[in-house]
Design a protein around this ligand. Structure first.
Ligand code: PLP
Length: 359
């Protein structure tokens, strides 16, 4: 039986990539070494990281005036690095609050800067993206921060905000899911473990003019300039994670790039939302309309007493890690790039069958 993994992260990776990793695990390209065992300054790893960056630049069409940084510390580190690198004490920054991850980013930024919340969807339990026309921008913000896909709430921005100040985005859970105009942003960051590769690595794509303005007391490792100047090799990088991510970038290219991913993801998301909306109320989604996430689909059963049985039956059918986040309850199907169409088809067939048996 095939297992389909709906985890929100660390999440499913392309099977072809895992098989290649397995094949190369003890002997990378005839070197006699595993990537785990190589000097990060040797010729083999130099080739791996150079190709990974070049392939990511190609896939995302990253303009030449942006640096690509392979960092550690997860997206959480970025919550602090951003204000420490882009503000001085007393500065004001603008944040949009659309859910759990926005809130965590805001809380950390408040330790270093005056945070103005331009808009919040907390009034309706983070089930929508506030209309951009009503955002209350500050006159002197150093940047505008938002989270393009709230992994827990299942809310995704259907637009890129307009901004005269550098636009900063936490793209941890929807980067590489569709084509992107990188030039609209000052800084994009994403933890790898959703749509890129293994945990332990965070990618930052930063416009060059935003590098070199960190506060004097910022630790060396938390200064973007340190990593930009050293091409992500200031210290030992997460080498194995970079290697696997590089294979994922090649997999994306081989499978039609981000245009093909956008179609693939739209098809999968439509299948799941149609299954929910067409269930006659047996299943319900907390999010409606254009800001439904294509990556993370939270949904509730009409009777929460059936949750345990739903999960048990799903697991028996090879559909794993469907339990929703504790703050939302119910189920959550995360259907990132690497989730095959067959996995989503198996999920909606199971949902229909379960509803029939309990409706
Ligand atoms: C998972 C996630 C995070 C947290 O990532 P860590 O790597 O665990 O720090 C932050 N933001 C979003 C949108 C996420 O999905």
């Amino acid at each position: 039986m095939t297992t389909y993994n709906f985890s929100s992260g660390p999440a499913v990776l392309p099977r072809d990539v895992l098989l290649q990793v397995q094949q190369e695990l003890t002997d990378w390209h005839g070197s006699g070494m595993s990537v785990m065992e190589m000097s990060h300054r040797g010729p083999e790893f130099t080739q791996i990281i150079t190709e990974a960056e070049a392939d990511l630049r190609a896939v995302l069409a990253i303009p030449a005036n942006y640096k690509v940084l392979f960092l550690q510390g997860g997206a959480h580190f970025q919550f602090g690095m951003i204000p420490l690198n882009l503000t001085q004490p007393g500065d004001t920054v603008d944040y949009v609050n659309t859910g759990s991850w926005s809130k965590t980013a805001i809380k950390e930024a408040q330790r270093y800067a005056n945070v103005n919340i331009v808009a919040s969807s907390e009034d309706r339990n983070f089930s929508y993206v506030p209309d951009e026309a009503g955002w209350q921008r500050s006159a002197n913000a150093k940047y505008l921060h938002y989270c393009s896909n709230e992994t827990i709430g299942g809310v995704e921005f259907p637009f890129i905000p307009q901004s005269d100040v550098p636009l900063i985005c936490d793209m941890s859970s929807n980067i590489l899911s569709q084509p992107l105009d990188v030039s609209r942003y000052g800084l994009i960051y994403a933890g790898a473990q959703k749509n890129i590769g293994p945990s332990g690595m965070t990618i930052a794509i930063i416009r060059e003019d935003l590098i070199g303005h960190a506060r004097a007391e910022v630790p060396t490792m938390l200064n973007y300039k340190t990593h930009a100047d050293a091409s992500s090799l200031y210290n030992t990088p997460p080498s194995f994670a970079i290697y696997v991510a590089g294979l994922v970038f090649k997999w994306l290219q081989k499978n039609g790039g981000l245009d093909a991913m956008a179609r693939h993801n739209a098809t999968k998301a439509a299948l799941v939302y149609d299954a929910i909306d067409g269930s006659g109320g047996f299943y319900r989604a907390p999010v409606s309309g254009a800001c439904r996430s294509r990556m993370n689909v939270p949904f509730w059963l009409k009777d929460a007493a059936l949750d345990a049985e739903f999960l048990q039956g799903a697991e028996a059918a090879g559909l794993v890690q469907l339990k929703g986040h504790r703050s939302v309850g119910g189920m959550r199907a995360s259907i990132y790039n690497a989730m095959p169409l067959e996995g989503v088809q198996a999920l909606v067939a199971y949902m229909a069958d379960f509803a029939r048996r309990h409706g």
